[in-house]
Design a binder for this molecule. Structure first.
Ligand code: URA
Length: 206
C-alpha cells in the first residue's frame, strides 16, 4: 500500500526544502519537522494493549503501545529523519543500515548493519528521505526481513513512481509512506522535481 501523507504543514515545509536557496540549517529543521508530522500519521494504527493503572485519584483501565518500534535509518540521509520521529516516540530503538549507491550502476552496496534485539516482533520503520530507484529501500527491506521483521513500513519524504513500483513489486507486504510522489527520475537517478541530493543538503556537503 502506498500512502501519500497530504497536509498543509507538510506541503509548506517540503516546499522550503525543495528551494535550491534553502540553507543546511533550514533544510535539516524542515526535515525534522516533517518526519515528526509523518510519524504521527504513520502510527495511527499501532496495536495497543489494555493496562491497569493507578491515577492519583483511582484505578483505571487504559491502553499503552503493545509493540516495540524500531527505526532503521538508511545511512546517511536517513539519519536526517531520526530526530523528528524519536522526539515523538522516545522509546524507539534505532538500527542502522549503511548502503551506498554505485554511481554508474546505481546498485546499492552494504557497508554497515546493526540491529537491536527482538526486531522480529517490532514495528519496523525504515527511513530514507528519497525513494529514487528503490534499490536501497529494497536492499534494506531484504536485510530487516533476514532479521525476522514482519511488520515493516517504509517512510520516505519524496518518491519517484519508478521506486514505488520497484518496492511494491519486490515487497508487496511493506506499506510505503511519502510526503510527496514526484514525477520521475532523471538520467542521473535524481528525482524530478525533487530537492537534489538529500544527504548533501542535510549535512552541508554539497
Ligand atoms: N537521492 C537523493 O538524495 N536525491 C535524489 O533525487 C535521488 C536519490
Amino acid at each position: 500500500m502506498l500512502k501519500v501523507l497530504q497536509h498543509p504543514l507538510i506541503t509548506h515545509k517540503l516546499t522550503q526544502m525543495r528551494k535550491k536557496e534553502t540553507k543546511t540549517k533550514d533544510f535539516r529543521q524542515n526535515l525534522d519537522e516533517i518526519a515528526g508530522l509523518m510519524a504521527y500519521e504513520i502510527t495511527r494504527d499501532l496495536p495497543m494493549k489494555d493496562v491497569e493503572i493507578e491515577t492519583p485519584i483511582t484505578s483505571f483501565t487504559t491502553q499503552e503501545m503493545e509493540k516495540d518500534i524500531v527505526l532503521v535509518p538508511i545511512l546517511r540521509a536517513g539519519l536526517g529523519m531520526v530526530n523528528g520521529i524519536s522526539n515523538l516516540i522516545p522509546t524507539v530503538k534505532i538500527a542502522h543500515i549503511g548502503l551506498y549507491r554505485d554511481e554508474e550502476t546505481l546498485e546499492p552496496h552494504t557497508y554497515f548493519e546493526k540491529y537491536p534485539k527482538k526486531v522480529s516482533d517490532a514495528i519496523v520503520m525504515i527511513v530514507d528521505p528519497m525513494l529514487a530507484t528503490g534499490g536501497s529501500a529494497i536492499a534494506a527491506i531484504d536485510m530487516v526481513k533476514k532479521q525476522g521483521a514482519k511488520n515493516i513500513r517504509l517512510v520516505c519524504l519524496v518518491g519517484a513512481p519508478e521506486g514505488v513500483h520497484a518496492v511494491e513489486e519486490k515487497h508487496p507486504d511493506v506499506d510505503i509512506y511519502l510526503a510527496a510522489l514526484d514525477e520521475k527520475l532523471n538520467e542521473h537517478g535524481y528525482i524530478v522535481p525533487g530537492l537534489g541530493d538529500a544527504g548533501d543538503r542535510i549535512f552541508g556537503t554539497q
